[in-house]
Design a protein around this ligand. Structure first.
Ligand code: ATP
Length: 214
């Protein structure tokens, strides 16, 4: 199968980083193979889904052997572009933004926040988690090599900043503000509203309690 040209469903693609991280750990422990059961328990995805996901890229686990860790890793590296670092900008160095800058996705070595922006004079010129903070007015000057932006500004500022990012040629926005932003169809926006996620979890716990394992 010509793996490189196989179109992977979006739901599968979203799980790839999860698989990748776990397999990388196994690899550094010197493990050569992994069963779908083992994978399933580690990444909390049922093994039927894992088998279906893996079948899209030609990894057909052998019964009693499992999957070859090296093969899977080389596939993921290619697919996830692990060799190329995606440069990220963060806009809004408040509580959430500061936490991201300090975290800076160190476990995921193909994305790095290179630069941050804020409107508050107090923050300008600082480095947070090793990342320089620039004034939002100067955004366009620094956007040349930036592919992705993380938005952690107040909701009221989100659309205006999104418009400027689009104009500057951004490819993707990870929007942590509660505002739904409008962008051209060529720009991908992933929206993460932590308050809603938390509310949803509490709602599910109340209305759909999980059964204990027998
Ligand atoms: P958080 O919501 O992350 O907990 P916070 O409560 O500390 O942050 P917010 O009012 O949400 O503060 O603002 C987040 C950050 O966004 C602040 O550092 C603020 O200075 C910055 N900010 C506000 N408006 C803009 C803007 N138009 N452009 C860039 N940064 C902005």
């Amino acid at each position: 199968m010509d793996v490189e040209h196989t179109k992977i469903p979006q739901a599968t693609a979203k799980r790839l980083p999860l698989y990748y991280r776990f397999l990388n750990n196994l690899h550094s422990q010197g493990k050569l193979r992994v069963s779908s059961k083992e994978l399933s328990e580690a990444v909390k995805v049922d093994s039927a889904t894992i088998r279906r996901d893996f079948s899209y890229f030609g990894a057909l686990g052998k019964k009693g052997y499992g999957y070859n860790v090296e093969y899977l890793l080389s596939f993921f590296r290619k697919t996830l572009d692990q060799d190329e670092t995606t440069k990220v900008a963060l806009i809004g160095v408040g509580n959430l933004g500061t936490a991201f800058l300090n975290y800076n996705f160190t476990k995921n070595n193909n994305t790095r926040i290179e630069i941050a922006f804020d409107a508050s004079q107090e923050r300008i010129g600082e480095e947070v988690g090793g990342v320089p903070v620039k004034h939002i007015d100067d955004l366009e000057q620094y956007m040349k090599e930036i592919d992705v932006a993380i938005l952690t500004v107040p909701a009221s500022a989100a659309q205006g900043i999104a418009d400027r990012l689009v104009e500057a040629g951004i490819s993707g926005v990870l929007n942590f503000t509660p505002a739904r932003i409008t962008v051209p169809t060529s720009v991908r926006v992933h929206h993460i509203d932590l308050a809603i996620e938390l509310q949803a979890l509490v709602y599910f716990l109340k209305h759909y309690p999980l059964k204990e394992e027998e």
